[in-house]
Design a protein around this ligand. Structure first.
Ligand SMILES: CSCCC(=O)C(=O)COP(=O)(O)O
Ligand SMILES: [Mg+2]
Length: 237
């Protein structure tokens, strides 16, 4: 079904919206778990690693074992806390740069970015993943011939520079960082709580239903506008 919307900024979630949840849970998370022991063994005292280590609560950054156990526990519970996300972003650099990791975007994502840009809308990202990790993900995608989508993206927000994704205040803060009226923003996410928070803040928002996403309840299905592909969005000015 096509939805015509007056939009100047498209704000996008990542996991379950532009790429499959399985890429995050079955590729990115295991990569970081596997990469950590070597980094702990070889970089514990290096200034670059110390920056990430020192963001962990004090009780977990006094020993390699303590940090490692806490890191693995947070990942197993999918806790989206900023010090974990910062360290994951650091660990993923090598995977992306070596070619071992590449983000499998849904096929409609890159063509829609180009279409929205042509229609005069800006593309901005808002994810629980750190801004550094977001940039890596969009630099190394499966899109051809241009794998690097960063030139199409004009802003990045995470839980540090915006706040938690279930809070309406985060969406107000993001919108306040640019000149466009909040009513001309469109937030797209697989998470109903995030869509509700964006709507409460005054943004337009749609729930994105992708293969592999958690099923919505009957009530959620009725309450929100759903799309299965970005192709369903028609931006009018
Ligand atoms: C951009 S980093 C990889 C994704 C990630 O770690 C994450 O937590 C995604 O959360 P989202 O808010 O995009 O659903
Ligand atoms: Mg998501």
């Amino acid at each position: 079904m096509a939805v015509s919307l007056e939009v100047e900024v498209v704000l996008l979630d990542i996991e379950g919206t532009v790429c499959p949840i399985s890429f995050v849970k079955d590729v990115l998370y295991p990569y970081s778990v596997q990469a950590l022991p070597n980094v702990l063994a070889t970089q514990w005292d290096s200034p670059s690693f110390a920056t990430y280590r020192n963001r962990f609560p004090e009780e977990y950054c006094t020993s390699r074992e303590g940090l490692s156990a806490h890191f693995n526990d947070l990942i197993s519970r999918d806790v989206k806390i900023s010090y974990l996300k910062d360290l994951q972003g650091y660990l993923w650099i090598k995977g992306y740069e070596s070619g071992e990791i590449r983000c499998p975007l849904f096929p409609d994502v890159h063509p829609s970015f180009l279409k929205w840009q042509k229609a005069g809308a800006s593309i901005v990202i808002y994810s629980s993943g750190s801004v550094a990790a977001q940039k890596l993900l969009f630099q190394y995608t499966n899109s051809k011939p241009d794998a690097d989508l960063r030139p199409l993206i004009s802003g990045y927000f995470d839980t540090v520079n915006a706040g938690m994704k279930k809070d309406a205040s985060s969406y107000r803060k993001i919108a306040a960082s640019r000149k466009e009226d909040i009513r001309k923003w469109l937030f797209l996410s697989d998470r109903v709580e995030e869509v509700e928070a964006a709507k409460e803040a005054g943004m337009q928002s749609l729930v994105v239903v992708r293969n592999g996403n958690a099923p919505l309840t009957e009530e959620e299905n009725k309450k929100h506008e759903l799309i299965a592909s970005f192709d369903e969005i028609k931006i009018v000015r």
